[in-house]
Design a protein around this ligand. Structure first.
Ligand SMILES: Nc1nc2c(ncn2[C@@H]2O[C@H](COP(=O)(O)OP(=O)(O)O)[C@@H](O)[C@H]2O)c(=O)[nH]1
Ligand SMILES: [Mg+2]
Length: 418
């Protein structure tokens, strides 16, 4: 595959090249990393808007209206539906009503459905990569529909610039049950189906909950009422999305400059005191590292998960990774995750591990800013690596393993950011 040529073609409006590139990145095939890197040169300032909420809340209907509103403004639009039940077919937007208006053949709206997947890299990695490819094709805005409000959704929300949480009247208990984590990621609350009565009540409950959410920016998430089936409230919603994007961009810039100011202060203070900074001779600091996940080899996920669930950890997704011959369940654990690994075959990496060592901690995964630089640095310094190059997993996320011989006896996975 010639990544440059493919990106040239999708930028020139070749729909087949775009569809193919999206598939390659979604599947995380060999060369997907290169393709993504090429795409990222052209993603520009494309705005990503996440639309999330319970099944049946009207997300697809809403996304459809949002896309049409944007088209009326002359914008080019991408839609990513991370929900196999979403009624987008063959790259076309939903209902008959709309198909009649021939938006279905409108090349300026590109629609893509994705299954939940990406055990090794996480769903957010896969969605993020797909959004980058779509953005590179010249879409100014990408709408991302996700179902539910679990850990995966929180991660997807974090890659959107603006996240819209769709609620409907008559779900008082569900609003109460929304976890703080979900409240924080919601930039805009939509009360859809406000034609059904009871909108005031759910709105009051949202406002009451909001006091509990802690945000880093100055944005206070507003409540917008819509009737997605008629398009009522869509213009107001889209203006709110625009305003939110501007505020968040500005406060991200503020936070960056605050951090730079703090860094400068720290530098000059430590220089004045003559103390060594927390920086290694490699020019990186431990503060940049994150524990991405812990991998635990188990005979059976079904047997192991009960315990973790007793601790309040929830399985955010489960899937079989064929080429690794392993079934994986991811459980949310603060900023990190726990990965339960069950072999699908005795003669697989995990199967052999179980036979030799029994159940137990299999690897730990650290997230680094720059996976290529880390790989090069470790290699240069004679660290024993399991992989002879950086590998590409689902969604184009990039990783490699370090041999226990070099780490003090722990198999270590190094995962790149983004
Ligand atoms: N009365 C009413 N029905 C709506 C509204 N929005 C969506 N629906 C209906 O709710 C159902 C579920 O909508 P859908 O967009 O598929 O929900 P999703 O599962 O959240 O994507 C469909 O039958 C829609 O026609 C609304 O504002 N008012
Ligand atoms: Mg839907």
């Amino acid at each position: 595959m010639d990544a440059r040529r493919m990106v040239e073609r999708l930028r020139a409006g070749d729909a087949r090249a775009l569809a193919r590139a999206v598939s390659l990145v979604e599947d995380g095939v060999e060369g997907a990393g290169e393709l993504l890197a090429e795409c990222r040169k052209f993603t520009g300032n494309a705005l990503r808007v996440g639309v999330t909420g319970s099944p049946g809340a009207g997300k697809s209907t809403l996304v459809d209206q949002m896309a049409r509103w944007l088209r009326d403004q002359g914008k080019r639009v991408g839609v990513v539906a991370v929900d196999p039940t979403s009624p987008y077919t063959g790259g076309a937007l939903l209902g008959d009503r709309i198909r009649m208006q021939s938006l279905a053949t409108d090349e300026d709206v590109y629609v893509r459905s994705m299954a939940s997947r990406g055990a090794m890299g996480g769903l957010a990695h896969a969605v993020g990569g797909v959004c980058d490819v779509i953005a590179a094709s010249g879409r100014e805005i990408v709408l991302i529909e996700t179902v539910g409000v679990g850990q995966d959704e929180v991660e997807v929300a974090q890659l959107a610039n603006v996240t819209v949480l769709v609620l409907v009247p008559g779900m008082g208990d569900e609003v109460q049950a929304l976890k703080a984590g979900v409240m924080e990621v919601a930039d805009i609350f939509v009360v859809n189906k406000s034609d059904c009565g009871g909108a005031e009540q759910v709105e009051a409950e949202i406002v009451a909950m909001q006091g509990l959410a802690e945000r880093q920016d100055s944005w206070v998430a507003p409540v917008v009422r819509t009737v997605a089936t008629t398009g009522e409230g869509i213009a107001g919603l889209m203006e709110t999305v625009q305003r939110c994007a501007e505020v968040k961009r500005a406060s991200a810039a503020d936070r960056r400059s605050l951090r730079q100011a703090q860094d400068r202060l720290f530098d000059s203070a430590s220089a004045a005191l003559g103390v060594a900074q927390d920086e290694t001779s490699f020019g990186i600091t431990g503060a940049q590292l994150r524990l991405d996940h812990l991998g635990v080899a188990v005979k059976s996920i079904a047997g192991a998960r009960d315990f973790y669930e007793m601790l309040g950890m929830k399985v955010s997704h489960e899937e079989t990774v064929k080429h690794e011959q392993v079934r994986v369940a991811m459980l949310a654990m603060g900023e990190s995750r726990l990965e339960l690994l069950e072999p699908t075959h005795g003669d697989s990496v995990i199967g052999r591990f179980l036979a030799k060592r029994g159940e137990g901690l299999h690897h730990i995964a650290l997230k680094v800013e720059d996976v290529d630089a880390t790989f090069a640095r470790l290699k240069e310094n004679g660290v024993r690596l399991v992989n002879d190059e950086v590998r590409v997993g689902a969604g184009g996320h990039r990783y490699f393993f370090v041999h226990p011989a070099s780490t003090g006896g722990v198999l270590m996975e190094i995962v790149g950011k983004g």
